[in-house]
Design a protein around this ligand. Structure first.
Ligand code: DSN
Length: 420
């Protein structure tokens, strides 16, 4: 049953109540390896589902365009102060609706349409909003892209430096959505300094690892940091822009009134709760456990003959190249979902297949670590992944069903926050 329970909803709208219950049960029953997902605490769920959703608060603390901010101002102040303390930054804006709007605010703050911007290419592990062609950021700005080395699968810093010197971008993004290795923030800072660009560290995937001391921090290297709050940081769906004092005003003006209206106060409160949780010593253990699980899973997959981009992982994320397995990422992901193992198909660097039918699958260990799985479970998990990938290529549905039964048996012993 969904927790907090939904008795009013069950009466007012049984259809939606039933679907919410079904989703809670589905989340409880699957091994969630989607690298950008997690399970928030019941406390975060309660804050997200509160009366704060009723309130408009355009503006910032003490400078609002609506009255009645006696309670919302202290909530936003708590969220901001907790973000500043947790990440050690001079300024935090907790209002961006999600990661893409946060990144758009960065463009609005520091570039003009048509200016050159630079980011990691999407198929190499970057994000749409780092200037990819189908995104507004690739249409309204002149975007140039660096990639990863073909021989190592790691970010090609020589290429990034040469490109920056030749193109003189206004903004350089580092970070992305499918980078299994530590991001070298000092190296990017040196490149940005040399060409006079604003370095933006998009830490959406690794924010929780940074908060928990399991990945180096960009603070002191990137003056602007963009992050979502719902991945390894384990908060509600939302985002934050963190910065030094020099870049604070431009970012604030870009978020509001540049791009957004009223902040989502229920989300702000839930972000504040998640930041408090992430400040607890137990969150440091969590962040290190996420990495330990990813490394154990990567090792077990390699033993099973899987080809991992860059050979392994330093963080929560693993990218498998299935080229040698005679199956595309999409059919593999669909078969794994049928077996109760949830992940996403993903392009791999230098992929010869199309984005809707790429060669890889992406896995992450943030959610399974929240559930309580440990490195001891990873050989079994790698074995199931191997069995299902083999079964998918031979269309052996009985084998997939056998794995599904074993997955259900294991995961049912690991309770999920939000499900009672
Ligand atoms: N969709 C997110 C992810 O899965 O990484 C990025 O926006």
């Amino acid at each position: 049953m969904h927790n907090p329970p939904l008795p009013e909803l069950a009466v007012a709208d049984p259809e939606i109540a039933g679907l919410v219950e079904a989703e809670a049960a589905r989340q409880q029953a699957s091994i969630r390896l989607i690298a950008s997902e997690n399970y928030v605490s019941t406390a975060v769920l309660e804050a997200s589902g509160s009366v704060l959703t009723n309130k408009y608060s355009e503006g910032y603390v003490g400078r609002r365009y609506y009255e009645g901010q006696q309670v919302t101002d202290p909530i936003e102040t708590l969220a901001v102060e907790r973000a500043k303390a947790l990440f050690g930054v001079e300024h935090a804006n907790v209002q961006p609706y999600s990661g893409s709007p946060a990144n758009l605010a960065v463009y609005l703050a520091f570039a003009q349409p048509g200016d050159t911007v630079m980011g990691l290419s999407l198929p190499m592990g970057g994000h749409l909003t780092h200037g990819w062609s189908v995104s507004a950021t690739g249409k309204w700005f002149r975007s140039v892209r660096y990639g990863v080395r073909a021989d190592t699968g790691r970010i090609d810093l020589d290429e990034a430096r040469d490109l920056a010197r030749a193109e003189r971008p206004k903004i350089i993004f580092c970070g992305g959505t499918a980078i299994p290795r530590t991001i070298d923030f000092p190296a990017f800072a040196e490149i940005a300094r040399e060409v006079g660009a604003v370095l933006v560290a998009d830490i959406a995937h690794i924010a929780g690892l940074i908060a928990g001391g399991a990945h180096p921090s960009p603070v002191g290297h990137a003056p602007v940091i963009s992050t979502t709050t719902h991945k390894t940081l384990r908060g509600p769906r939302g985002a934050m822009l963190l910065s030094d004092a020099e870049h604070a005003t431009a970012l604030d003006k870009a978020v509001f009134p540049g791009l957004q209206g009223g902040p989502h106060n229920h989300t702000t409160a839930a972000i504040a709760v998640a930041l408090r949780e992430a400040s607890a010593p137990s969150f440091r253990d969590y962040a290190h456990a996420v990495v330990a699980n990813a490394q154990a899973l990567a090792g077990a997959l390699v033993e099973r003959g899987f080809d991992l981009v860059s050979g392994g992982t330093d963080n929560h994320l693993i990218l498998i190249d299935l080229t040698g397995k005679d199956i595309g990422g999409k059919p593999a992901a669909k078969a794994l979902d049928a077996a109760g193992i949830e992940l996403n198909y993903n392009a791999v660097p230098y992929d010869k297949r199309k984005p809707f039918d790429p060669s890889g699958v992406r896995l992450g260990t943030a959610a399974i670590t929240t559930r309580g799985l440990t490195p001891a479970h990873m050989p079994q998990l790698a074995g199931w992944i191997d069995d299902v990938v083999k079964a998918a290529s031979t269309e052996d549905t009985a084998a997939i069903e056998r794995v599904r039964a074993q997955v259900t048996e294991l995961i049912s012993s690991f309770p999920m926050p939000g499900f009672a």
